[in-house]
Design a protein around this ligand. Structure first.
Ligand code: UDP
Ligand code: MG
Length: 328
């Protein structure tokens, strides 16, 4: 197990009994929603009748999120918090929370912005009690998101289903889910730097069940996603899932070679039959530019993979913890 683990291990071996359920919440600049989120979460969790904790991960927020978490921690012994040394991004913040959760039975990952309603958690727990290792919340409707965002998300999930091969991404599913302890332990063995969590969850496998819910609009604050970030997340998803784009170069090459061969025959025939009127500057230019473009694109694709190999080989820890405060 890599060296980011010891904190979680020490947390698990200290005296107080470990809770049955942990809820992990990555937070970046969520000061406005945090109190309301905790109120709703606590109401739901207390009603389950199980021992629980919530692990808030402060992902280097620039507002008063940490102060808010410390206040919650002082008021409610269910609260644990992990403060990262800077902003590491949602996927890693979530991983940090999962590393530090003490749950013996199951863990729930949820966003802080109330887009994932905590009220769905009892249904996730019910699915888990039926014997499923993973209960993932699947969006039946997305409110407060533009048509463009919905349709691009749709296209992305379809694409991933086609390239996924053996590992299938469930559609319209985010990180909001419940995982049994054994599936969590399996997930925590995957320590890659480029963490496309939806893909990692899917890779782990285990019996899973979808629980439908309606995705609410953000309660307060603003989304941290913009189009550029979403594009990069899609790249992350594709490159960590499949080497298909690398193979594309081979087939594109074959295709171009075949077309070139046919064109060569046509040119030869024309020259033999009609002599050689020097023509073809436009077609020469077009072919050159086209092939140049294709080659650059293919180099770029190789670069995407190479860059990721570079990042992985450094073998750095995924994140640095500034402080971990355990629940009571
Ligand atoms: N988040 C995070 N680190 C980041 C960006 C986001 O921990 O760098 C958290 C954020 O606080 C929220 C969750 O990840 O709890 C989802 O973020 P957001 O709502 O911005 O994404 P969206 O719902 O639009 O996909
Ligand atoms: Mg959100």
């Amino acid at each position: 197990m890599p060296d980011t683990m010891p904190l979680a291990r020490t947390a698990a071996t200290t005296d107080a009994p470990a809770p049955a359920l942990s809820v992990v919440v990555p937070c970046y600049n969520e000061q406005e929603v945090l109190p309301e989120f905790h109120r709703r979460l606590a109401a739901v969790m207390n009603a389950t009748g199980l021992a629980w904790e919530v692990v808030y991960v402060n992902d280097g927020s620039r507002d008063a999120t940490l102060a808010g978490m410390l206040a919650l921690q002082a008021a409610d012994p269910h609260v644990a918090l992990v403060n990262l040394s800077r902003n590491f991004g949602k996927e890693i913040a979530l991983t940090a929370g999962l590393d530090h959760c003490r749950a013996t039975d199951a863990v729930i990952a949820i966003d802080a912005d109330l887009q994932d309603p905590p009220e769905v958690i009892p249904e996730l727990i019910a699915a888990w009690r039926e014997g499923f290792d993973i209960a993932y919340a699947q969006r039946s409707a997305r409110h407060g998101e533009s048509w463009l965002k919905r349709s691009t998300a749709h296209a992305f999930y379809r694409l991933m289903q086609r390239v996924g091969g053996r590992v299938q991404l469930p559609k319209d599913t985010g990180d909001f889910r419940l995982m049994s302890r054994r599936s969590l332990d399996a997930l925590l063995q995957l320590r890659e730097q480029h963490r496309f969590m939806k893909g990692l969850f899917a890779w782990v496998g285990f019996p899973a069940k979808a629980v439908l819910y309606e995705r609410a609009p953000r309660a307060a604050g603003t989304t941290k996603w913009n189009w550029w970030k979403l594009w990069n997340l899609s790249l992350e998803g594709i490159t960590s899932f499949t080497v298909g784009p690398l193979k594309a170069a081979t087939y594109l090459g074959i295709l171009v070679a075949i077309i070139a061969a046919i064109y060569l025959v046509v040119l030869l025939a024309r020259t033999v039959l009609f002599g050689n009127p020097v023509a073809g500057y436009p077609s020469l230019m077009a072919t050159m530019l086209f092939l140049g473009g294709v080659q650059m694109m293919m180099l770029g694709i190789i670069g995407e993979y190479l860059g990721r190999i570079f990042n992985e080989t450094k073998g750095r820890p995924l994140y640095i913890v500034e402080r971990y405060v355990r629940g009571g």
